[in-house]
Write a protein that binds this ligand. Structure first.
Ligand code: PLP
Length: 401
């Protein structure tokens, strides 16, 4: 079947809640993908960092297949033999004391919100139904009604109200605003250490550390959404590690499933997560044996193949190279590890046309908000492949000059 047919069918029967590049991918291996016509592309998006391991990583796929043949789902009515091993491995790796697994990132954010509110009432003594959670402008935390209710993006919110109360928005990267917003009813501060979706916005050095300090002084939980930035994407295990910050609640997802399966998790200390008691939260597929086996393999591969270190090293290398591109369209080039954005000037005609041109050159990436091109290749990428990508990027900037 050719691309045109598949695109037409999808557009007819599938809801149009995305605006994908018209490349119909049928196969992936490592950093490469192939479309149905057999054209080969370098994946420079990695499914928004869910495919950090590269496509169909053999060790992750092996774990998936072996577990799929053995046991896939029990529900939490019974125990299984994979989830316990994953809990220990996650806690050993991260230094947290407890973990709760869900499926999508948004569900993990919802879980963190519930945990924070529960802690606020039971531990901090906030009067019932008065708990507040401080969030940042231009955040992206997922798509549930509660989460979009505290988004700044009109497109995410319009016609989806009414929304869940209890959220207070402040500007990102402004400590004064955080200090002012905190009051005795504040249970938590929810923040992305780098705002990826809105255009790879990196806060000033010291912001996270001082925000954490403010939270600590005021008995407010510091909750980091590291669904995209976590597990090596920014060149350290977590983006908060760059400032030596250990969040009270850490939210992960995406590449936890090694690009093969949906699994997300909330990590915290015992005094917080132990507040969940039977019946207070759950998910039929959460912590299922298939997800757990895949995540175990994904974490092993991440460590065994030194993906975090590779992200730091190759990210720095690539960022330096990108900064040598001279183009009248570029406003700034920024990034951490292999999470990189090129921001274009507002008269550059939008990032989309650059992504379309790069696609023609065999490089797949995606604009994020109108003017930023995001580069986020799998963390297993080698120098020579980055050199290849750089040539293509340079060529496209020259041609669109
Ligand atoms: C992707 C993402 C989410 C949502 O995850 P889903 O699995 O799509 O629900 C939440 N927060 C951040 C920072 C993300 O990048």
């Amino acid at each position: 079947m050719d691309s045109k047919y598949l695109i037409d069918v999808e557009d007819l029967y599938g809801a149009h809640n995305y605006n994908p590049l018209d490349v119909v991918i049928t196969k992936g291996k490592g950093i490469w993908v192939w479309d149905v016509e057999g054209n080969k592309y370098l994946d420079f998006l990695s499914a928004y960092s869910a495919v950090n391991h590269g496509h169909c990583h053999p060790r992750v796929v092996k774990a998936l297949i072996e577990q799929a043949k053995k046991l896939t789902l029990t529900s939490r009515a019974f125990r299984n033999d994979q989830w316990p091993l994953l809990t220990k491995e996650i806690c050993d790796l991260t230094g947290y004391e407890m973990v709760l697994a869900m499926n999508s990132g948004a569900e993990a954010v919802e879980t963190a919100i519930k945990a924070a509110r529960m802690w606020g009432y039971q531990k901090k003594g906030i009067p019932e139904n008065e708990a507040e959670i401080i969030v940042c402008a231009n955040n992206f935390h997922g798509r549930t009604v509660t989460i979009i209710g505290f988004s700044s993006e009109v497109l995410y919110r319009k016609d989806f109200g009414p929304f869940t109360p209890g959220f207070v928005e402040i500007p990102y990267d402004e400590l004064g605003a955080l200090e002012e917003a905190i009051n005795p009813n504040t249970a938590a501060f929810l923040v992305e250490p780098i705002q990826a979706e809105v255009g790879i916005i990196i806060p000033k050095e010291g912001y996270l550390r001082k925000a954490k300090q403010l939270c600590k002084e005021n008995n407010v939980l510091f909750m980091a959404d590291e669904i995209q930035t976590g597990l090596g994407r920014t060149g350290s295990l977590f983006a908060c590690d760059h400032e030596g910050v250990k969040p009270d609640i850490l939210i992960i997802g995406k590449s936890l499933g090694g690009g093969c399966y949906a699994i997300s998790a909330v990590l915290s200390q015992r005094e917080i997560l132990e507040l969940f008691t039977p019946g207070t939260h759950g998910s039929t597929f959460g912590a299922n044996p298939l997800a757990s086996a895949v995540a175990r393999a994904a974490l092993q591969v991440m460590q065994g193949e030194k993906m975090v270190e590779n992200s730091a090293e190759k990210g720095e290398y690539f960022l330096d190279k990108l900064r040598t591109i001279k183009s009248p369209h570029i406003k700034s080039v920024r990034g951490k590890g292999l999470l990189i954005g090129i921001e274009l000037l507002s008269d550059a005609g939008g990032a989309r046309r650059f992504c379309e041109a790069l696609k023609k050159e065999g490089l797949l990436c995606k604009e994020t908000h109108e003017h930023v091109i995001r580069f986020a290749p799998p963390l297993i990428i080698r120098k020579k492949d980055l050199d290849w990508a750089f040539k293509k990027i340079k060529k496209v900037f020259k041609e669109i000059d």
